[in-house]
Design a protein around this ligand. Structure first.
Ligand SMILES: [Zn+2]
Length: 294
Protein backbone atom coordinates (compact mmCIF):
# COMPACT_ATOMS: atom_id res chain seq x y z
CA UNK A 1 0.00 0.00 0.00
CA UNK A 2 2.76 2.33 1.01
CA UNK A 3 4.66 1.37 -2.16
CA UNK A 4 1.58 1.95 -4.31
CA UNK A 5 1.19 5.49 -2.90
CA UNK A 6 4.87 6.10 -3.44
CA UNK A 7 4.53 4.88 -7.04
CA UNK A 8 1.51 7.12 -7.74
CA UNK A 9 3.23 10.19 -6.32
CA UNK A 10 6.35 9.37 -8.32
CA UNK A 11 4.26 9.09 -11.51
CA UNK A 12 2.52 12.36 -10.64
CA UNK A 13 5.86 14.08 -10.13
CA UNK A 14 7.10 12.67 -13.46
CA UNK A 15 3.91 13.83 -15.23
CA UNK A 16 4.19 17.28 -13.65
CA UNK A 17 7.86 17.41 -14.66
CA UNK A 18 6.96 16.38 -18.23
CA UNK A 19 4.22 19.04 -18.36
CA UNK A 20 6.65 21.66 -17.03
CA UNK A 21 9.28 20.60 -19.55
CA UNK A 22 6.72 20.77 -22.39
CA UNK A 23 5.54 24.20 -21.24
CA UNK A 24 9.13 25.42 -20.98
CA UNK A 25 9.93 24.04 -24.45
CA UNK A 26 6.80 25.69 -25.93
CA UNK A 27 7.71 28.94 -24.20
CA UNK A 28 11.26 28.88 -25.53
CA UNK A 29 9.97 28.03 -29.01
CA UNK A 30 7.54 30.95 -28.90
CA UNK A 31 10.28 33.28 -27.75
CA UNK A 32 12.64 32.02 -30.42
CA UNK A 33 9.92 32.42 -33.03
CA UNK A 34 9.46 36.05 -32.10
CA UNK A 35 13.16 36.59 -32.17
CA UNK A 36 13.43 35.09 -35.63
CA UNK A 37 10.59 37.28 -36.81
CA UNK A 38 12.22 40.27 -35.17
CA UNK A 39 15.56 39.63 -36.77
CA UNK A 40 13.89 39.08 -40.15
CA UNK A 41 12.13 42.39 -39.67
CA UNK A 42 15.39 44.04 -38.80
CA UNK A 43 17.04 42.42 -41.77
CA UNK A 44 14.35 43.80 -44.05
CA UNK A 45 14.65 47.29 -42.65
CA UNK A 46 18.44 47.19 -42.88
CA UNK A 47 18.22 45.84 -46.38
CA UNK A 48 15.91 48.70 -47.49
CA UNK A 49 18.25 51.31 -46.06
CA UNK A 50 21.22 49.73 -47.77
CA UNK A 51 19.42 49.65 -51.13
CA UNK A 52 18.50 53.33 -50.82
CA UNK A 53 22.10 54.16 -49.97
CA UNK A 54 23.31 52.14 -52.93
CA UNK A 55 20.90 53.92 -55.27
CA UNK A 56 22.05 57.29 -53.96
CA UNK A 57 25.65 56.29 -54.50
CA UNK A 58 24.83 55.06 -57.98
CA UNK A 59 23.04 58.34 -58.80
CA UNK A 60 26.03 60.29 -57.48
CA UNK A 61 28.41 58.52 -59.79
CA UNK A 62 26.21 59.11 -62.83
CA UNK A 63 25.65 62.81 -62.16
CA UNK A 64 28.91 64.16 -63.50
CA UNK A 65 29.74 63.09 -67.03
CA UNK A 66 33.18 64.06 -68.31
CA UNK A 67 31.67 65.63 -71.40
CA UNK A 68 28.33 65.99 -73.15
CA UNK A 69 27.93 66.63 -76.84
CA UNK A 70 24.42 67.34 -78.10
CA UNK A 71 22.44 68.43 -81.12
CA UNK A 72 19.16 70.06 -80.13
CA UNK A 73 16.51 71.41 -82.47
CA UNK A 74 15.19 74.58 -80.78
CA UNK A 75 12.10 75.87 -82.57
CA UNK A 76 11.17 79.55 -82.46
CA UNK A 77 7.46 80.33 -82.63
CA UNK A 78 5.71 83.66 -82.39
CA UNK A 79 1.92 83.69 -82.57
CA UNK A 80 -0.31 80.63 -82.56
CA UNK A 81 -3.32 81.94 -84.42
CA UNK A 82 -5.29 80.82 -87.46
CA UNK A 83 -6.46 84.21 -88.76
CA UNK A 84 -3.70 86.85 -88.93
CA UNK A 85 -5.99 89.63 -90.20
CA UNK A 86 -4.09 92.60 -91.66
CA UNK A 87 -0.80 91.70 -90.01
CA UNK A 88 2.00 91.74 -92.66
CA UNK A 89 4.40 89.11 -91.27
CA UNK A 90 2.09 86.21 -91.99
CA UNK A 91 4.86 83.61 -91.52
CA UNK A 92 4.90 84.50 -87.80
CA UNK A 93 1.38 83.11 -87.37
CA UNK A 94 1.30 79.34 -86.97
CA UNK A 95 -2.06 77.62 -87.13
CA UNK A 96 -3.08 75.92 -83.86
CA UNK A 97 -3.73 72.73 -85.86
CA UNK A 98 -0.12 72.81 -87.15
CA UNK A 99 1.22 73.13 -83.61
CA UNK A 100 -1.00 70.21 -82.60
CA UNK A 101 0.39 68.04 -85.44
CA UNK A 102 3.93 68.88 -84.32
CA UNK A 103 3.20 68.13 -80.65
CA UNK A 104 1.58 64.85 -81.65
CA UNK A 105 4.64 63.94 -83.73
CA UNK A 106 6.98 64.78 -80.83
CA UNK A 107 4.91 62.65 -78.43
CA UNK A 108 4.44 59.65 -80.73
CA UNK A 109 8.11 59.51 -81.70
CA UNK A 110 9.55 59.71 -78.19
CA UNK A 111 11.22 63.12 -78.43
CA UNK A 112 11.72 64.89 -75.10
CA UNK A 113 10.81 68.57 -74.77
CA UNK A 114 13.23 70.48 -72.55
CA UNK A 115 13.34 73.99 -71.08
CA UNK A 116 16.09 76.31 -72.35
CA UNK A 117 17.52 76.45 -68.83
CA UNK A 118 18.26 72.73 -69.16
CA UNK A 119 20.73 73.32 -71.99
CA UNK A 120 23.60 72.67 -69.56
CA UNK A 121 21.92 69.47 -68.27
CA UNK A 122 21.48 67.67 -71.59
CA UNK A 123 23.06 64.42 -70.40
CA UNK A 124 19.70 63.66 -68.76
CA UNK A 125 18.06 63.29 -72.18
CA UNK A 126 18.38 61.10 -75.26
CA UNK A 127 16.25 62.92 -77.85
CA UNK A 128 15.85 66.54 -76.67
CA UNK A 129 13.90 69.25 -78.47
CA UNK A 130 13.00 72.74 -77.25
CA UNK A 131 9.91 74.78 -78.12
CA UNK A 132 10.26 78.54 -77.61
CA UNK A 133 7.62 81.24 -78.09
CA UNK A 134 8.65 84.91 -78.56
CA UNK A 135 6.36 87.89 -77.83
CA UNK A 136 3.42 85.49 -77.32
CA UNK A 137 0.51 87.87 -76.73
CA UNK A 138 -2.72 86.33 -75.45
CA UNK A 139 -2.67 83.84 -78.35
CA UNK A 140 -0.21 81.74 -76.39
CA UNK A 141 -2.65 81.41 -73.50
CA UNK A 142 -5.66 80.79 -75.75
CA UNK A 143 -4.19 78.47 -78.37
CA UNK A 144 -0.77 77.06 -77.42
CA UNK A 145 -1.00 76.51 -73.66
CA UNK A 146 -4.04 74.16 -73.90
CA UNK A 147 -2.17 72.02 -76.48
CA UNK A 148 0.98 71.83 -74.33
CA UNK A 149 -1.20 70.61 -71.46
CA UNK A 150 -3.01 68.12 -73.71
CA UNK A 151 0.28 66.55 -74.89
CA UNK A 152 2.10 67.16 -71.60
CA UNK A 153 5.02 68.87 -73.35
CA UNK A 154 7.31 71.63 -72.08
CA UNK A 155 7.98 75.07 -73.58
CA UNK A 156 9.85 78.28 -72.78
CA UNK A 157 8.15 81.62 -73.45
CA UNK A 158 9.70 85.09 -73.79
CA UNK A 159 7.72 88.01 -72.41
CA UNK A 160 8.00 91.75 -73.12
CA UNK A 161 7.34 93.06 -69.62
CA UNK A 162 6.09 96.57 -70.53
CA UNK A 163 3.29 94.87 -72.52
CA UNK A 164 1.93 92.85 -69.58
CA UNK A 165 -1.79 93.59 -68.88
CA UNK A 166 -1.90 95.61 -72.14
CA UNK A 167 -4.17 95.14 -75.17
CA UNK A 168 -4.12 91.56 -76.46
CA UNK A 169 -1.25 90.78 -74.14
CA UNK A 170 -0.97 88.29 -71.30
CA UNK A 171 -2.14 89.43 -67.88
CA UNK A 172 -0.24 88.86 -64.65
CA UNK A 173 -2.88 86.29 -63.63
CA UNK A 174 -2.43 84.35 -66.87
CA UNK A 175 1.36 84.42 -66.51
CA UNK A 176 1.10 83.09 -62.96
CA UNK A 177 -1.25 80.31 -64.08
CA UNK A 178 1.08 79.39 -66.96
CA UNK A 179 4.14 79.31 -64.68
CA UNK A 180 2.32 77.27 -62.02
CA UNK A 181 1.51 74.56 -64.58
CA UNK A 182 5.13 73.41 -64.43
CA UNK A 183 5.05 72.89 -68.21
CA UNK A 184 6.13 76.40 -69.21
CA UNK A 185 9.12 78.46 -68.08
CA UNK A 186 8.61 82.22 -68.36
CA UNK A 187 11.75 84.11 -69.38
CA UNK A 188 12.70 87.66 -70.47
CA UNK A 189 12.32 89.25 -73.89
CA UNK A 190 13.32 92.67 -72.42
CA UNK A 191 11.06 95.49 -71.20
CA UNK A 192 10.33 97.31 -74.46
CA UNK A 193 11.36 94.97 -77.33
CA UNK A 194 13.65 97.74 -78.69
CA UNK A 195 16.91 97.18 -80.56
CA UNK A 196 19.46 96.50 -77.82
CA UNK A 197 22.40 97.32 -80.10
CA UNK A 198 21.09 100.90 -80.42
CA UNK A 199 20.70 101.54 -76.68
CA UNK A 200 23.08 103.07 -74.16
CA UNK A 201 24.72 100.83 -71.57
CA UNK A 202 22.37 102.16 -68.87
CA UNK A 203 19.28 101.56 -70.99
CA UNK A 204 20.42 98.02 -71.62
CA UNK A 205 20.92 97.43 -67.88
CA UNK A 206 17.34 98.59 -67.27
CA UNK A 207 16.02 96.26 -70.01
CA UNK A 208 17.81 93.24 -68.54
CA UNK A 209 17.33 93.88 -64.83
CA UNK A 210 13.83 95.37 -64.64
CA UNK A 211 12.28 92.73 -66.93
CA UNK A 212 13.87 89.95 -64.87
CA UNK A 213 12.64 91.43 -61.56
CA UNK A 214 9.11 91.99 -62.85
CA UNK A 215 8.73 88.42 -64.12
CA UNK A 216 10.21 86.92 -60.97
CA UNK A 217 7.81 88.93 -58.81
CA UNK A 218 4.83 87.69 -60.86
CA UNK A 219 5.74 84.00 -61.10
CA UNK A 220 7.91 83.50 -58.02
CA UNK A 221 10.32 81.58 -60.26
CA UNK A 222 13.86 82.47 -61.23
CA UNK A 223 14.39 84.04 -64.68
CA UNK A 224 17.68 82.88 -66.20
CA UNK A 225 17.19 83.15 -69.98
CA UNK A 226 17.39 86.36 -72.06
CA UNK A 227 16.04 86.45 -75.61
CA UNK A 228 17.43 89.27 -77.79
CA UNK A 229 14.57 91.10 -79.61
CA UNK A 230 14.94 90.73 -83.38
CA UNK A 231 18.16 88.85 -82.59
CA UNK A 232 20.02 92.17 -82.14
CA UNK A 233 22.63 92.71 -79.41
CA UNK A 234 26.19 93.96 -78.93
CA UNK A 235 29.16 93.51 -76.60
CA UNK A 236 27.45 95.62 -73.89
CA UNK A 237 24.48 93.25 -73.95
CA UNK A 238 26.71 90.22 -73.33
CA UNK A 239 28.70 92.08 -70.69
CA UNK A 240 25.52 93.02 -68.80
CA UNK A 241 23.53 89.81 -69.02
CA UNK A 242 26.38 87.58 -67.87
CA UNK A 243 25.77 89.07 -64.40
CA UNK A 244 22.03 88.39 -64.41
CA UNK A 245 21.30 85.51 -66.77
CA UNK A 246 22.72 82.06 -67.53
CA UNK A 247 21.55 81.77 -71.16
CA UNK A 248 21.03 84.06 -74.19
CA UNK A 249 18.99 83.20 -77.27
CA UNK A 250 19.59 84.20 -80.87
CA UNK A 251 16.67 84.51 -83.26
CA UNK A 252 18.06 82.21 -85.91
CA UNK A 253 21.24 80.28 -86.69
CA UNK A 254 19.75 76.83 -87.23
CA UNK A 255 19.90 73.63 -85.26
CA UNK A 256 21.92 74.02 -82.04
CA UNK A 257 25.02 71.88 -81.67
CA UNK A 258 26.74 72.29 -78.30
CA UNK A 259 30.17 71.52 -79.81
CA UNK A 260 29.86 74.60 -82.05
CA UNK A 261 28.53 76.95 -79.35
CA UNK A 262 30.84 79.78 -78.32
CA UNK A 263 28.98 79.83 -74.97
CA UNK A 264 25.41 79.61 -73.63
CA UNK A 265 24.74 83.25 -74.64
CA UNK A 266 24.73 82.34 -78.34
CA UNK A 267 22.14 79.57 -78.47
CA UNK A 268 20.76 79.24 -82.00
CA UNK A 269 17.23 78.46 -83.14
CA UNK A 270 15.11 77.28 -86.08
CA UNK A 271 12.26 79.47 -87.30
CA UNK A 272 9.02 77.47 -87.04
CA UNK A 273 7.05 79.46 -89.58
CA UNK A 274 3.51 79.10 -90.87
CA UNK A 275 4.47 77.19 -94.01
CA UNK A 276 6.90 74.70 -92.41
CA UNK A 277 5.74 71.24 -93.39
CA UNK A 278 5.49 68.37 -90.94
CA UNK A 279 8.17 66.47 -92.88
CA UNK A 280 10.54 69.46 -92.57
CA UNK A 281 9.76 69.65 -88.83
CA UNK A 282 10.41 65.90 -88.54
CA UNK A 283 13.71 66.12 -90.41
CA UNK A 284 15.00 68.68 -87.86
CA UNK A 285 13.83 66.45 -85.01
CA UNK A 286 15.62 63.43 -86.48
CA UNK A 287 18.94 65.24 -85.86
CA UNK A 288 18.31 65.39 -82.10
CA UNK A 289 21.11 63.56 -80.36
CA UNK A 290 23.04 63.40 -77.08
CA UNK A 291 26.32 61.60 -76.53
CA UNK A 292 27.84 61.47 -73.08
CA UNK A 293 31.31 60.44 -72.01
CA UNK A 294 31.97 59.37 -68.42
ZN1 LIG B 1 10.29 89.40 -80.24
Amino acid sequence: MKNKKKMISTILIIVICIVIVILVILGIKKLLGNNIKLSLGEFNITSTIDTTKNLEALADTTVVPKSTSATVPIFMYHFILDDYGDYPDTENFLKPETLEEQLQYITENGYETIFIDEMDDLYKYKKPVALTFDDCFVYFYDNAFPLLKKYNQKATIFIITDYINGENYLTEEQLKEIADSGLVKIESHTKTHGYLDQMTYEEQVAEAVESKERLESITGQEVTVYCYPSGRYNDDTLDIIKDYYDFGLEMLGGICNTDNLEDYYHITRIYANRTMSLSMFASYLSQSNVSVEY
